[in-house]
Design a protein around this ligand. Structure first.
Ligand SMILES: CC(C)(COP(=O)(O)OP(=O)(O)OC[C@H]1O[C@@H](n2cnc3c(N)ncnc32)[C@H](O)[C@@H]1OP(=O)(O)O)[C@@H](O)C(=O)NCCC(=O)NCCS
Length: 177
């Protein structure tokens, strides 16, 4: 069955909690990841943010997922060669085919054992069917107060994104006339 926008409808009985898809990845930072002074590139961290968001979204829907948007990125603590970068990803919000993943980044100085909160980002992933069209994903099962608060905040951001995308599409149409 398809909806008005062409996305296939989900089975509404299907719902999964954020705990079923939350994930962690970690990798030690090496010289190619950094500038000559030893500071890790923002791009290295962004790539890992994209990777963890993809893992979380795919676990939730068991479908191919692509990145639609990365926002609210903050790099708040410098990461250096030799640090272990650990990224934790968790679903904040699920729309129809889109899923918002919150990512937190931690840097561990392996010799000292200090762990610092190094950054965070919000990533929107979209699930695609075999024809590369958006497909509906399982709903998010909200079990805790935290789940509900995160979902509510995610819904506000989703509505803002929808408004912005509508404007963007209108501007694009005018530009192509
Ligand atoms: C993401 C993509 C599949 C959306 O396709 P589309 O034809 O615009 O689909 P729709 O308008 O039906 O939107 C589908 C969903 O994606 C969301 N979405 C679309 N563009 C988005 C964007 N830029 N940011 C956040 N969400 C977005 C919509 O809000 C909608 O969410 P919902 O189903 O939960 O309501 C399409 O824009 C695309 O393929 N982009 C490139 C993705 C990619 O290759 N990324 C890797 C780097 S290039």
């Amino acid at each position: 069955m398809t909806n008005s926008r062409g996305a296939r409808n989900r089975n509404d009985a299907e719902e999964r909690s954020p705990r079923e898809s939350e994930s962690t990845i970690a990798r030690a930072m090496l010289p190619p990841d950094a500038n000559p002074a030893g500071n890790v590139f923002g791009g290295t961290i962004l790539k890992m943010i994209d990777e963890i968001a993809g893992i979380v979204a795919t676990k939730h829907c068991r479908r191919n997922c692509v990145t639609a948007n990365i926002e609210h990125i903050d790099f708040i603590y410098p990461v250096h060669i030799g640090d272990l970068l650990e990224l934790k990803g968790r679903l904040n919000f699920v729309g129809k085919s889109s899923m918002e993943v919150g990512v937190e980044v931690f840097a561990e100085n392996l010799e000292e054992g200090d762990i610092n909160f190094a950054g965070r980002a919000t990533v929107t992933m979209v699930a695609l069917d075999e024809s590369a069209r958006p497909i509906q994903v399982p709903r998010l099962k909200l079990q805790t107060e935290e789940d509900k608060n995160m979902f509510k905040a995610g819904l506000t951001r989703y509505n803002e994104r929808v408004k912005r995308l509508k404007m963007l599409k209108r501007t694009k149409k005018r530009g192509s006339n």
